[in-house]
Unconditional design. Structure first.
Length: 352
């Protein structure tokens, strides 16, 4: 088993365009699975990392943590997967496996520090390279099985957008008799609507305009309101058990918290550039909760994939080629995508 050279989309600096090049993947370790990547989703966090909007990033960088493909090789001690299996990899590729959080299947909170799929430092000191590439080697502990009912292209975004919305919806009780509002109808929001509706909740979409109302209804939403209208906040006051905030915009949190019932929860999965301003009385008065949520462990990610396959839901995607990625980044920032760009990795053709 030798090191593996593979085509990749790499960006050399925050101000540079992507280059179609080659990178070298590691030799397979005993517990590794090598995956021939078919599709890689574009997550907004990829853009934040590439453009150094969250601080200094390591370059050159190969982004991508929404990975779907087929197993092409396995290490000698692998027991969970075989060559030919349809699999996916999300935001993490390693953790200590021994701490309290890892034992609880919450590897994302590993006390040693989980290793991110790209732009992270592995326990061997190497910087990880992500899924905008032809293949990847990953410990079998961090590989999920993609059910046959899901296409690899539409399944890829589930490895981030799917689990990012599934985890808080499950934790905070989205289900029959629950009224759930989803703020935003983008890459995360459209999955939140689909999953909450499949869980049995009555779903309302809150967005700046009603331009996506038809899509919202098709995905299972019962209602959609414009947040530009003051009447929206008056009409919906005290209406929701759960609000899932999928946007990264600076919101007037007091106004949104007023939409919750007593004991209701508003859960944020987007990260704005500025701190929220929250008067304590907006949560204390009716025992409301303002919370956050970050992806989920590997067991829950597999649960989410199985749930999506069972209910016939996946991401709504636009498939693009490697030479369209730079333009796609700008369109994501502008909100000009319905609803997730997915790169056809077979179109990466190294020019050097």
């Amino acid at each position: 088993m030798t090191a593996h050279t593979t085509p990749a989309l790499s960006v050399p600096s925050a101000s540079a365009p992507f280059r179609q090049t080659t990178i070298e993947r590691r030799d397979l370790r005993a517990d590794d699975v090598r995956i021939d990547i078919a599709y890689a989703g574009i997550c907004h966090s990829d853009i934040h990392q590439v453009r150094e909007e969250w601080g200094t990033s390591p370059f050159p960088m190969v982004p991508g943590h929404e990975i779907a493909g087929v197993v092409s090789e396995v290490g000698e001690s692998v027991t969970r997967y075989a060559v030919g299996d349809r699999v996916g990899v999300g935001c993490m590729v390693d953790s200590c496996g021994e701490c309290e959080m890892c034992r609880a299947d919450e590897e994302q909170f590993c006390t040693k520090g989980s290793v991110m799929t790209y732009a992270g430092e592995g326990y061997d000191g190497e910087i990880t390279m992500g899924g905008y590439a032809g293949s990847v080697a990953v410990s079998e502990r961090f590989v999920c099985r993609i059910p046959e009912g899901l296409g690899l292209d539409a399944a890829a975004p589930l490895l981030c957008a799917g689990i990012t919305t599934y985890a808080p919806l499950k934790r905070w009780g989205a289900g029959p008799d629950a009224r759930v509002a989803v703020i935003g109808m983008g890459g995360l929001g459209h999955m939140g609507v689909k999953i909450a509706a499949a869980m049995g909740a009555e779903v309302t979409v809150l967005s700046r305009t009603l331009a996506k109302a038809e899509d919202a209804r098709a995905y299972g939403a019962a209602h959609q309101y414009s947040t530009k209208e003051e009447a929206t906040f008056t009409e919906l006051a005290g209406n929701f058990d759960l609000i899932l905030n999928t946007v990264s915009a600076d919101l007037p949190m007091e106004d949104y918290l007023a939409l919750l019932k007593p004991f209701g929860a508003m859960v944020n999965v987007g990260i704005p550039n500025s701190p929220y301003s929250v008067p304590p009385g907006s949560v204390v008065g009716q025992s409301k909760v303002l919370a956050g949520s970050m992806i989920g462990g590997i067991a829950m990610t597999q649960e989410m994939l199985d749930f999506c396959a069972e209910h016939g839901i996946a991401a709504t995607i636009e498939t693009i080629s490697a030479d369209e990625v730079d333009a796609a980044y700008d369109k994501v920032v502008a909100g000009d995508v319905r609803y997730r760009y997915v790169i056809d990795v077979s179109t990466i053709t190294p020019t050097d």
